[in-house]
Design a binder for this molecule. Structure first.
Ligand code: AMP
Length: 187
């Protein structure tokens, strides 16, 4: 694992344990020389994570659509900030630049990005592992939904095993380092 794409809230949220865990992730990345690839934002959990990695001497690559950059959303002190034309280009670029996808707690933007990445893994368009960092059980209901999908026959058991929900960084990076992409879907 050399570069990790992280999707997370552009808001801070209400749970201080999430902010603490976000800083812990930043520390883990910097200490293990894993570069951060993220949406380039300066606010919310995005800003907390990027600043933590930078403060501890790590590298942070931000990819932000011009629409958001024009509104002053970007963190200026990044190792590198790439401004792209839209969200679709940003999402593709984040996948191209990284070796894994991790979602911290967040809102619709976070969900949309990590679920697209997982959906593309099943189509053969994304070889990176996808994981939800399930801090304080934030993603418990979503995990249940994926189990329901599997029980109802919309997701195979094999593919369900390619998606991890965990609150342990050790378990998360072990899963990522041993990940084998799912077989490409057949119809
Ligand atoms: P949300 O989870 O709805 O707060 O959205 C967060 C996700 O949407 C991030 O992973 C970003 O890719 C994108 N996003 C939303 N707001 C911003 C922002 N102000 N700056 C950069 N990216 C943002």
């Amino acid at each position: 694992m050399k570069k990790l794409a992280v999707y997370c809230g552009a808001s801070l949220g209400k749970d201080s344990a999430v902010v603490t865990a976000t800083k812990k992730l930043g520390q883990y990345l910097a200490m293990n020389h894993i570069d951060l690839v993220y949406g380039g934002g300066r606010v919310g959990l995005m800003g907390i994570l990027a600043n933590q990695v930078l403060d501890l001497g790590g590298n942070v690559y931000g990819i932000i659509p011009n629409q958001l950059a024009d509104r002053g959303a970007a963190l200026e002190r990044l190792t590198d900030l790439t401004i792209v034309e839209n969200m679709s280009v940003r999402k593709q670029k984040m996948l191209d630049l990284s070796d894994g996808c991790l979602a911290l707690p967040g809102g619709p933007g976070t969900l949309e990005e990590i679920i697209e990445a997982f959906s593309w893994a099943r189509l053969g368009n994304n070889n990176n592992p996808c994981v939800f960092y399930n801090i304080d059980g934030y993603y418990d209901e979503l995990k249940k939904m994926f189990d329901t999908m599997t029980a109802h026959g919309y997701l195979t058991k094999e593919d369900r095993q390619k998606l991890l929900f965990s609150d342990s960084l050790e378990v998360i990076f072990d899963f990522m380092n041993n990940y084998i992409p799912p077989k490409i879907r057949k119809y």
